[in-house]
Design a protein. Structure first.
Lengths: 160, 391
């Protein structure tokens, strides 16, 4: 794996200067590698991970199971792309199993999410049915355990 | 006789005369302070991988709360046998050649107690782990130091063995890769060391706890060399590679006669290693290799960063080929190890253990553990650099 990419995968949040120091590159070189990763669509972007139960991220999320009628020629792709373009849609995956798409939708209030589903999503030609599940509580968010699940360390600061 | 004298007189002579670990004073100073950036930690900063912790929980749920056989769970000994055969290329029978101990610390202690008579001499290379010499003293043996040096990248130069040998040497203790230097030995050097042991008819106790964390050259166990298996006690464990220090699991692998002797000491002192830890160790050895590789890659990158930055800071640092320690020389500053560490801590709040805590051959060096985040390492080495410049 490319070195800059590997460092990103490890998950420690480092700025360009710090990455340059770890890898013994110049900052420009690191920037170059990052640009390359973006150009190749490997790195899509940067985004902080918020605690879903914090005030800053007071947002309602729902997972929606969507059944589709596949189109001749396009399969599920055209419909999935169309659904993905809505700002309310955080992620959208084609699934195996009992339904076709798993769509994660976010909104400021429960009502807004419900309205999005009933007025926007369910009314699209080709959407056969939807089943909405609201998220109640997070225990792990994108690889991060939420506070309370991580114990305090009593590790000595110096040991042999 | 006053009370203080009475109390002292109860303490055995050899314990009274044993020096206090050089790390303890420093520990007390650092532990009491806040906002410390510590390069003093002798254990992985990673938490034990969850699948291993989960195995211990499962064992607890299943009511596994009893003693085990003195040698340890047979299932674990089988896992150890398989693991050692695969990674160290030497075969030990799970029936009577493997003993599960409470960490390599206990394994080392029982290996010495099972083999050293009062007055026997035990050679060990130095700088070395803090318990080596005291463990010899507790058996009423006599320690014979063999210094390793920066010029040899802290490998054990076989010439030094011949030079320092004395009549009465029974045991040679090895620890490669070495805590605190990160030194390793080459295959050729190991062959020379093996020849020395055979010629002088010496038992080798080889502590290979850091073997998985060898970055260059691969790890060879001395037990795998021709003629060495039955004159070696191979010590290994889960602490470092699997980030399981708190589980306290070590293994001693040796011929049935030596295993039986160690078992006697273990049986009457420790009885057995905790069963939950043994269950966790089975999971580690059977399914933990991927996590080990992941951690090793990260240590490798951290090492490159720290060694480069220490050299840039003006502290000459050899390239440690294993462990998670760098061992830079501070001789250019004119300070001794203790002064350097204490002053660095006082002025920059960076903690690094003085090299002489690992024996007198460590004087002129400090141990910098890179078992911490990149961010801390960058910050700590920047602070060391400005500390050196301000001297």
């Amino acid at each position: 794996m490319e070195k800059v990419l590997q460092l990103l995968v490890e998950g420690e949040s480092l700025n360009t200067k710090q990455m340059a120091q770890v890898l013994n590159y110049s900052e420009e070189e690191v920037e170059g590698h990052l640009d390359e990763l973006k150009k190749k669509n490997i790195l899509l972007g940067w985004r902080p991970v918020f605690n879903p139960s914090s005030e800053i991220d007071e947002i309602v999320r729902a997972v929606i199971e969507v059944k589709l009628k596949p189109e001749r020629g396009g399969g599920f792709d055209k419909l999935a792309e169309r659904i993905s373009r809505f700002d309310e849609v955080e992620s959208c995956y084609l699934m195996s199993g009992g339904y076709d798409l798993q769509v994660v939708v976010k909104g400021k209030q429960l009502r807004a999410v419900a309205a999005f589903v009933s007025e926007r999503l369910a009314t699209i030609d080709g959407v056969l049915s939807t089943s909405t599940h609201f998220l109640l509580r997070a225990y792990k968010e994108q690889g991060f355990l939420l506070p309370g699940l991580v114990g305090d360390s009593e590790k000595p600061k110096v040991s042999p | 006789m006053n009370t203080a004298e009475t109390k002292t007189s109860f303490v055995a002579d050899h314990v009274r005369d044993m020096p206090r670990s050089g790390i303890r004073d420093f520990f007390e100073l650092v532990q009491s302070a806040d906002d410390v950036i510590s390069l003093g930690i002798g254990e992985p900063d990673f938490v034990t991988p969850w699948h291993i912790r989960e195995a211990a929980i499962y064992a607890l749920e299943k009511g596994k709360t009893s003693y085990t056989s003195n040698l340890g769970l047979l299932k674990l000994r089988k896992s150890v046998s398989k693991y050692i055969a695969k990674h160290f290329e030497v075969e030990y029978s799970s029936d009577d050649e493997i003993l599960i101990a409470v960490g390599v610390s206990e394994a080392l202690d029982i290996a010495l107690r099972a083999t050293v008579n009062p007055g026997d001499k035990v050679m060990y290379h130095e700088p070395c782990y803090v318990s080596y010499h005291p463990s010899v003293l507790m058996t009423h043996g006599i320690g014979v130091r063999v210094p390793t040096s920066e010029e040899d990248n802290f490998a054990l130069n076989p010439k030094r063995l011949w030079e320092n040998w004395e009549p009465g040497v029974k045991v040679l203790m090895l620890n490669f890769p070495t805590n605190p230097t990160g030194g390793t030995v080459t295959h050729e050097q190991l062959l020379e060391i093996a020849r020395f042991a055979q010629e002088k008819d010496i038992l080798v106790i080889s502590d290979e706890i850091y073997s998985e964390l060898t970055f260059e050259g691969g790890h060879t166990s001395i037990a795998s060399l021709p003629g060495m298996r039955d004159r070696t006690i191979l010590l290994h464990g889960c602490s470092k590679a699997f980030a399981m220090t708190g589980f306290r699991i070590g293994f001693a692998c040796a011929s049935p006669e030596l295993t039986e002797a160690m078992m006697k000491v273990h049986q009457y002192s420790m009885l057995c290693a905790p069963i939950l830890s043994q269950e966790a160790a089975i999971e580690a050895l059977e399914n933990g290799t991927e996590a080990v590789e992941r951690m090793k890659e990260q240590y490798h990158r951290r090492r490159d960063l720290v060694v480069r930055r220490l050299n840039e800071a003006g502290l000459k640092c050899h390239l440690p080929k294993g462990t998670f320690y760098a061992f830079p020389s501070i001789k250019s500053t004119g300070l001794d190890s203790k002064d350097f560490s204490y002053k660095l801590f006082e002025s920059k709040r960076v903690a690094a253990v003085p090299g002489n805590a690992f024996g007198q051959s460590g004087e002129g060096f400090i141990r910098c553990s890179y078992s911490t985040s990149y961010e801390n390492l960058i910050l700590a080495t920047d602070l060391i650099e400005s500390f050196v410049q301000e001297l």
